[in-house]
Design a protein around this ligand. Structure first.
Ligand SMILES: *Cc1c(COP(=O)(O)O)cnc(C)c1O
Length: 413
């Protein structure tokens, strides 16, 4: 009996191994193809806090120009202290979702701080902006409605749209004539929503929100903007696209992340009109079925918005750094996209060159990222540089010097 059972299990295991064998060789081939196409993503290991200067596993140091650390808050001592204090007082995790176990006062305080920052009615927190975007459309819209989306919107918006039954329209990046055409075509639907990134991550351009709002009003549509790369960056005080274009009260939904300008840990939010936020609390699946943010993240988030309400120092420094970097790079002969954010695209137009360039910069101790098709259009390969308030002039100068050296070596300038 026992022997028979062992034999049975062995056969089952054997069958399973044969099955996995087929799947395994399929995966191995796919991975090899990714690698041969030069698209295999390899990761560095950092052994220091995130910041302008980082230490790697082998003890070497490098300057970081590819983090979303726009306000330099990733290693801010006030945020670290706030997180530690919350951990001492409120423990480590929430071990539940909000509708079952409730929230801490810290969650509501952070939601209030986000609403104050963006001048909105209310805010709902998520584990990430990926979840905020994934959970925003399906609870609000049905097959009777229309979503009109910029073609360069973030992957999480694209996924969120896929989860919703609304009719989909797409317009070329920031193309207002195409948007108008979509709005005309979508007049048969019950409700329409236009959705766009605030700042697009590859060119660093800002969505033309003033024109988007005008068209929305002309064609009776709601407006949603993802502020992940715009919050903390654009606008007089860095408060995003509503401040930049003076559109307070005319944008219905903003989504955003705590993972970029706002401390760089994790967490996302949707902020906007009261009934929209109320409905998301009832029906948004990533909110209902995923854990609440840990208290330390909320406390550090509250401290972030406190820092930003006290002074514009970080935002001002970031803007000065962007201007300084751009000016010196253009003077050196580089072709830089006309950025309106903290993202500077140094155009190379050639895919292998972009990889060679980024690798040579790493040799010089400067981390920047080379992007090429399919991340950017064919023939639009570039180096993306992300400027932070954490960079000192000396850091910017070292990066510019390295750019000039590598640029000359590779015949770019
Ligand atoms: C980074 C980013 C996200 C994802 O944010 P997470 O909080 O890291 O999930 C969403 N949208 C845009 C536009 C982003 O740039």
């Amino acid at each position: 009996m026992w022997c028979k059972f062992i034999k049975f299990v062995r056969e089952k295991t054997q069958n399973h191994i044969i099955m996995y064998g087929k799947f395994q060789s399929y995966l191995q081939q796919e991975l090899k193809a990714i690698d041969e196409a030069g698209l295999y993503k390899r990761e560095r290991t950092i052994c220091s806090p995130q910041g302008a200067e980082i230490t790697l596993e082998d003890g070497s140091k490098a300057l970081n120009f590819c983090a979303n650390n726009y306000l330099g808050l990733s290693d801010n001592p006030r945020l670290v202290a706030a997180a530690k204090k919350a951990m001492d007082e409120r423990g480590y995790g929430m071990s539940s979702v909000r509708f079952i176990c409730g929230k801490q006062d810290l969650h509501r305080e952070l939601e209030k701080a986000v609403s104050d920052y963006f001048h909105t009615d209310d805010t709902i927190l998520y584990a990430a902006c990926f979840d905020a975007n994934g959970g925003v459309f399906e609870p609000l819209l049905t097959a009777e409605d229309a979503i009109i989306s910029d073609s360069l919107n973030h992957a999480s918006i694209i996924d969120g749209v896929r989860l919703c039954k609304a009719v989909r329209y797409r317009y070329a990046n920031a193309d207002m004539a195409e948007l108008e055409k979509c709005l005309q075509d979508a007049q048969a639907q019950r409700f329409r929503i236009i959705v766009t990134d605030g700042v697009f991550s590859m060119d660093g351009n800002v969505a033309p929100m003033d024109k988007i709002c005008e068209l929305a009003e002309k064609y009776d549509a709601l407006v949603m903007v993802d502020e992940s790369h715009s919050a903390g960056v654009v606008g007089k005080h860095g408060r995003g696209v509503a401040e930049l274009y003076d559109l307070y009260g005319r944008i219905d939904i903003h989504t955003g992340t705590l993972g970029k300008s706002f401390g760089g840990a994790v967490g996302g939010f949707t902020t906007g009109r009261q009934e929209i936020i109320d409905m998301l609390r009832q029906r948004s699946r990533p909110y209902l079925f995923s854990n609440s943010l840990p208290p330390m993240i909320c406390a550090a988030g509250i401290e972030t918005f406190k820092i930003l309400s006290e002074s514009d120092e970080l935002h001002d420094r970031q803007q000065e750094n962007v201007a300084y970097f751009r000016e010196k790079m253009i003077a050196a002969g580089f072709d830089i996209k006309p950025t309106q954010s903290a993202i500077c695209a140094v155009m190379l137009y050639d895919a292998p060159l972009s990889q060679k360039f980024a690798a040579a910069m790493a040799e010089e101790g400067i981390f920047v990222t080379g992007f090429y098709y399919p991340v950017v259009p064919k023939g639009q390969a570039r180096i993306r540089v992300q400027i932070s308030a954490a960079h000192r002039t000396e850091h910017l100068d070292r990066a510019i010097t390295a750019f000039i050296k590598v640029g000359k070596e590779l015949g770019v300038i």
